[in-house]
Design a protein around this ligand. Structure first.
Ligand SMILES: CC(C)(COP(=O)(O)OP(=O)(O)OC[C@H]1O[C@@H](n2cnc3c(N)ncnc32)[C@H](O)[C@@H]1OP(=O)(O)O)[C@@H](O)C(=O)NCCC(=O)NCCS
Length: 171
């Protein structure tokens, strides 16, 4: 199957909304994406096209640190591939394209909250091992970091906060 990855455009919003609803089974992620766009926090977003329709999407938004570490970092969320198109490498293409773009934009770190069985293949590692912790109460193994450049030294535990759009995530 021919799959094309391109930057998400304004006009894609309805198709991406529908994709997120169908992939996640509710509108939490669709509303999250809309809030991120309203906040202009959608720093990087790509869609995957197959058979002339949008079948996947990835978005990265900025995170902040609870100390003075000067780091330029992103969070990856959401990531979705329509159920009938899963397991064909589309999610991997979206993640790799997004990480490449983050490097082009000179970001240093990308965090993700997800399944380590999936994300370790892209170079993500348990963030707690590197002294980075999620603001949310989640198991350490599910919060991961990808060092896009040289590993910054983190002598002190650092808490990572997501964009305000995530605060209302499950409302
Ligand atoms: C997770 C998701 C984006 C992966 O997309 P995809 O196009 O199916 O992924 P790929 O085809 O690139 O990769 C498939 C591989 O990932 C594995 N995989 C898929 N989802 C996984 C998961 N949740 N945990 C562990 N491994 C997973 C598959 O077993 C397969 O492994 P293999 O390459 O060893 O055979 C997709 O399954 C999805 O949209 N899921 C529902 C939404 C979701 O959970 N999003 C992630 C939130 S952070």
């Amino acid at each position: 199957m021919n799959v094309k990855i391109r930057e998400q455009e304004y006009a894609d919003a309805p198709a991406v909304h529908s994709l997120l609803m169908r992939t996640f089974g509710d509108d939490d992620e669709a509303r999250l994406m809309e809030r991120l766009q309203e906040e202009e926090a959608d720093r990087i977003s790509f869609v995957a096209l197959a058979e002339d329709k949008i079948v996947g999407q990835i978005l990265f938004s900025p995170v902040s640190f609870d100390n003075d570490i000067d780091s330029y970092a992103l969070a990856l969320a959401p990531l979705a591939v329509l159920p009938q198109y899963q397991g064909q490498g589309i999610g991997s293409k979206l993640v790799r394209r997004g990480l490449d773009q983050a490097i082009v934009f000179h970001y240093a770190l990308v965090f993700v909250l997800g399944d380590p069985g999936y994300f370790h293949r892209f170079g993500f590692d348990t963030a707690a091992k590197h002294n980075y912790f999620c603001e949310y109460d989640v198991p350490d193994e599910n919060f991961m970091v990808n060092f896009l450049r040289l590993k910054p030294s983190t002598q002190f535990p650092t808490v990572i906060s997501y964009s305000p759009a995530f605060n209302n995530f499950a409302d």
